[in-house]
Design a protein around this ligand. Sequence first.
Ligand code: NCD
Ligand code: ZN
Ligand code: ZN
Length: 355
Amino acid sequence: MTRQITLRRPDDWHLHLRDGDALRSVIAATARQFARAIVMPNIRPPVTTLAAALAYRERILAALAAARAAGELDDTGAAFEPLMTLYLTDRTTAQDIREASASGQVHGVKLYPAGATTHSDAGVTDIARTYPALQAMQDCGLPLLVHGEVTDPAIDLFDREKVFIDRVMEPLRRDFPALKVVFEHITTQDAAQYVAQAPGPTAATITAHHLLYNRNALFLGGVRPHWYCLPVLKRETHRQALLQAATSGSPRFFLGTDSAPHARHLKEIACGCAGCYTAPHALELYATAFEQADALDRLAGFASEFGPAFYGLPPNQGTVTLVREPWAIPESLPFAGDSIVPLAGGETLEWRLRD
Ligand code: NCD
Ligand code: ZN
Ligand code: ZN
């Protein structure tokens, strides 16, 4: 039985850090595990310009320094690098894109179909409106990161990712054959199959929760708001297809936690927010999933190699080590003067990241 795994220091290619006190509460959890992360721009107001991205980056670095000063991080953790993104809107211009790309600080542009998910109200209403921006992104080599669900209320919630492939992804790939596209947090066999064979530079991130759980987890003995995220968990056949894709060794699939913190009281209410908080135990969750598939030897590629290769960034120096050492996930953690429930809080994990 494998007792220990050492990997090149990994990156998180899809992360929500929030802002203000919430940012300060979560930054150390990610910086302890990952060297870099693609930071999602769906804060309020959304990060729609280079200036906003640079200012947000400064706030993240300040939170990191505060965590270091408080003894929450060592020097390696404090060297965490936020990779900034822009929030695509109907009004994003080609010039906005060229400026962002030239800065060297913006590594992707995020497409949220308006209304699809948390803080997506400023998102794109019709992808045709974004064609000048997409053209500029293709020219600059700046990746498009996609929340891949249609918002059509006539489409069943569980089918929205599959329908997005036909309605948006395929035309997009046809119209911009050289555009780098990351299909974020895929949840279906359909998306895994699409990404595996799509033309052009196409990749996908996969979360730990979609590798570990199917939709039964949402209703186990009662409604479980801490398992609610978007795209919502799907049935077991889809989970198995995702696990197969993640452990296939294909460089098109890489790690993106979609750790999406919301305060406990905003999850445990009549209309709770979507998002699972997985940053504190992300690598342990992924190791658990890969071990289930008897594929721990494939974790390094997925977590540490394929993401940098797709984004055109150098792989990290240094390593992290996971040891087989059972520990209980905290039931609750402090969060911006409130508390937050990490995914599977109170449950035991077999793997632990060594400090
Ligand atoms: C994310 C959030 O809370 O920002 N929520 C989620 O359920 N995944 C938004 C997103 O990634 O769609
Ligand atoms: Zn999303
Ligand atoms: Zn997300």
